[in-house]
Ligand binder design. Structure first.
Ligand code: NAD
Length: 455
């Protein structure tokens, strides 16, 4: 491993990855091969997560291509120095920033969107002029195999190195024996803490894209039909195995029954009355996750769904009521198709529930009212948020995506990815044709001038 890491370092230091032409070419080659691999990716994503081709396109391949096209379009502009004004004491200097490549970066991905969550950060790494080590999740093996083929067919492994294996086995020695210039990690908060510790030992900067419980608050004036459709869609898409899926819903007590009715209508419109028979409904990734999720089913009253089938890794879209805030399902990130509905009488009561799991990755509020909108946006510190929507903020590359505190640190997508995978270097360039003596000691008698220039 050490030799492979040395080869990456040497290649980076050769400067080969830095020109605009090189970066653009690699992004264009990547686009071409991903498009050629579309069918293989569909098959793999179906095998790993029972994603339909349409779902795989929208949330994985198309999502990636949209970001890639945006980066190809703007890369030249992003690479330009950005001039800023110069302070009085430095006139007539020029002041600007340049985006410097970081070096050799490591990108680690989870299994729930196995392609998109490895390849989208890769766009930023290539655009930033870096070399990269890519570590896919071992729990989506079919997709990992196709991605490996794509990378190995495109890039020499002293530029982009694809490393398959169990994270807990292969990553610790990689981190202790080598130093990366950045670690970009997407996954659980528990493993995020482990990665952060390894990074701290060598002062490696990190981006941590973690999980958490993303709440949805329904206000009394919310459009319940629209709210139910916009919440049920991401909650049950990919069986709720989505980092920003609404984890639970807080609803005023008097609207609970109406909201549940609307949620059931939405679920049945999406997957029919029998989700197990629906070709549009996914599956739980593995037995371990299935066991964890089905253990939550007894923690409340099942008002819809509740069926499961271990052999098929199926869990029906399920709505739970009567869940207490100290139940396990209200402490863990659910990451599955089980939706607790919690009632509240006052805003403060609802806020108290959210504050038990601070800094969610995303927060959703449904209201037509600017006062409530502002109350909720200012009272829930979260990575991102939507008003009258859920999860769709992730689709806009002009909105940096990431968590805060417990749900992560740093962000990416679009220009934010380029910024994450580059260092903003500040440069002051001063001409030599003028060199006034008031800038040099002794300063006696010059204080009045310095005060005017600096103060
Ligand atoms: P995970 O933390 O188990 O695994 C993620 C990656 O870490 C995998 O590649 C794995 O091999 C590696 N890994 C596991 N144990 C390790 C260890 N001890 N040392 C080093 N590396 C190790 O996460 P997961 O179960 O694959 O994904 C689910 C979690 O990811 C959820 O919490 C979800 O919210 C989060 N997630 C976050 C985002 C986001 O953008 N913020 C996106 C998707 C998923």
């Amino acid at each position: 491993m050490k030799t492979q890491m040395d080869a990456l370092r040497q290649y980076f230091q050769s400067g080969a990855t830095q020109s605009y032409a090189f970066r653009l070419l690699q992004l264009e080659r990547l686009k071409k091969v991903v498009l050629e691999s579309e069918k293989a990716l569909y098959e793999a994503l179906y095998a790993d997560l029972k994603k339909t081709d349409e779902d795989a396109w929208a949330t994985e391949i198309g999502f990636f291509l949209s970001e890639l096209n945006d980066t190809i379009k703007h890369l030249k502009e992003w690479m330009q120095p950005k001039y800023v004004s110069t302070n009085l004491v430095n006139i007539p200097s020029a002041s600007y920033t340049i985006q410097e490549p970081l070096g050799v970066v490591c990108i680690i991905a989870p299994w729930n969107y196995p392609f998109q969550l490895l390849f989208t950060p890769l766009i930023g790494a290539i655009a930033g002029g870096n070399c990269a080590v890519l570590k896919p999740s071992e729990f989506a093996p079919a997709t990992a195999k196709v991605m490996g083929k794509i990378i190995d067919s495109l890039f020499p492994n002293n530029y982009i190195l694809y490393l398959e294996g169990e994270g807990a086995t292969i990553l610790p020695p990689l981190f202790t024996e080598n130093r990366f210039d950045h670690i970009f990690y997407t996954g659980s908060t528990a493993v995020g803490k482990i990665i952060y510790k390894y990074a701290a030992e060598k002062l490696v900067p990190v981006t941590l894209e973690l999980g958490g419980k993303s709440p949805a608050v329904i206000c009394s004036d919310a459009n319940l039909r629209v709210a139910a459709r916009r919440l049920a869609n991401p909650k049950f898409s990919n069986c709720g195995q989505m980092c920003i899926a609404p984890d639970y819903i807080l609803v005023p007590t008097h609207l609970k029954d109406k909201l549940i009715q609307e949620l059931i209508l939405a679920i049945q419109a999406f997957y029919g009355a029998d989700a197990e028979a629906s070709e549009h409904y996914g599956k739980i990734i593995n037995d371990k996750q299935w066991l964890r999720l089905t253990s939550y089913l007894s923690e409340g009253e099942i008002v819809y769904g509740g069926k499961s089938n271990r052999e098929k890794l199926f869990i029906e879209p399920t709505i739970l009521t009567g869940v207490t805030t100290d139940a396990k399902i209200m402490q863990d990130e659910i990451f599955g198709p089980i939706l607790p509905i919690i009632t509240y009488a006052t805003k403060e009561e609802a806020l108290g529930v959210i504050q038990k799991n601070p800094n969610p990755l995303a927060f959703y509020v449904f209201t037509e009212n600017k006062v409530d909108e502002s109350y909720w946006l200012t009272h829930v510190p979260s990575g991102g948020a939507c008003v009258n929507n859920a999860t769709m903020h992730i689709t806009n590359h002009d909105l940096p995506f990431g968590g805060r505190g417990f749900s992560g640190t740093g962000g990416y997508h679009g220009k934010a990815s380029f910024d994450t995978f580059t260092h903003t270097k500040s440069v002051l360039k001063t001409p030599t044709w003028i060199d006034p003596s008031f800038k040099y000691p002794p300063y006696k008698g010059k204080a009045w001038l310095l005060k005017r220039l600096i103060g």
